[in-house]
Design a binder for this molecule. Structure first.
Ligand SMILES: [Fe+2]
Ligand SMILES: [Fe+2]
Length: 340
């Protein structure tokens, strides 16, 4: 357990880019002025960790890092370069096909969700996964679910009318409707503790591979840029529309392994809440947005496709590791990469 429960501990670097960035945040060393050679932006460990560090400055930040880094012009310029790589990779994979009209968006998002294939982590864990694999899964999700809903909240001041009302209706549930104990992030912290895991914010950052970080960085990318408000709405719609059955399976997995009753409360709450949220998200939020801003139709679909793509990669990487009999997490003591 780290000493500051509010902020995340600074992670270990994973390559020259994150090493230089972390040295800047921790000691004021110069920021990288040139990007090193990078692999697939959605899977590059160095890039995804660097992006994670840039984005976290807008949330609860890092222990010992000056809050003023949040709006440091040089850091924002570096972040923009990294984002351009990620956006390019996403555009290649998730923006194909003809332009879509606003009237077709609701049906297209529903069709996308209905036809989404790929491996199912929740089915695996409900049916055959071990207790240790279930704990690994909770560790993967901890980086997002301890700040669950926060990235989508960025859209509230950027929407109006029906889309805004629908988003706020969803977010009010996410934040417990005024009851601190019902905040979804708080329920997830209780799940971690009940599973014998550390509920500290960012406690497992060093264990999360790029495919996990990419799922969280995607929603930060959409959340922090007003120009991506359509994609953020598409992202949230898919989140809500793909929740009820998987959440029920995770609850089953926790019960099958005899975890304390409180462990499943987070998942049980989603089975109930998201049966409503999936309708509000699609029929009110998405439909309301494209009625008000028809030009965002393609962006909504892009956001929906993008979240399905990163989640498919995440699930595949975890299940591949398990199929090979190995951990899906990074080693506990990954070797620090020196700054070049
Ligand atoms: Fe939630
Ligand atoms: Fe929800």
């Amino acid at each position: 357990m780290h000493p500051d429960r509010g902020s995340a501990p600074l992670p270990r670097p994973r390559g020259p880019l994150s090493a230089q960035l972390l040295a800047a945040l921790a000691e004021g060393a110069p920021l990288p002025c040139r990007l090193p050679d990078l692999g697939d932006p959605l899977e590059d460990e160095d890039l995804q960790l660097a992006l994670t560090c840039c984005y976290e400055l807008h949330y609860r930040g890092f222990v010992g890092v000056d809050d003023r880094w949040e709006w440091d012009p040089a850091l924002l310029a570096l972040r923009a370069e990294l984002e351009a790589h990620v956006e390019g990779a996403l555009a290649d994979r998730c923006r194909p096909g003809p332009e879509i009209g606003p009237d077709a968006v609701v049906g297209a998002v529903a069709e996308l969700v209905a036809s989404a294939g790929g491996p199912s982590l929740s089915s695996y864990l409900a049916d055959v996964g071990t207790a240790e694999q279930l704990r690994e899964f909770l560790v993967h999700r901890s980086w997002y679910q301890l700040k669950e809903a926060d990235p989508h909240t960025w859209a509230i001041p950027r929407l109006w009318g029906q889309a805004k009302a629908a988003l706020v209706e969803i977010q009010a549930d996410e934040y417990g409707n005024g009851e601190a104990g019902r905040v979804h992030a708080t329920l997830f912290a209780a799940t971690l503790r009940a599973a014998g895991l550390d509920d500290g914010y960012g406690a497992y950052l060093d264990r999360l591979p790029a495919s996990t970080l990419a799922t969280v960085n995607l929603v930060h990318l959409f959340g922090l840029h007003r120009r991506h408000r359509g994609a953020l709405v598409g992202h949230l719609a898919v989140f809500e529309m793909t929740s009820v059955e998987p959440m029920g399976r995770y609850a089953r997995a926790l019960r099958r392994h005899g975890f304390p009753t409180v462990a499943a409360a987070f998942y049980d709450a989603h089975v109930v809440a998201d049966a409503v949220h999936e309708v509000v998200a699609l029929q009110h939020m998405v439909a309301g947005l494209v009625r008000q801003e028809p030009a965002l139709a393609g962006d909504v679909l892009f956001g929906a496709r993008a979240v399905l793509e990163v989640e498919r990669r995440f699930a595949a990487s975890v299940l591949d590791a398990w199929a090979q009999g190995t951990s899906s997490l990074l080693p506990a003591q990954a070797r620090a990469v020196p700054c070049r």
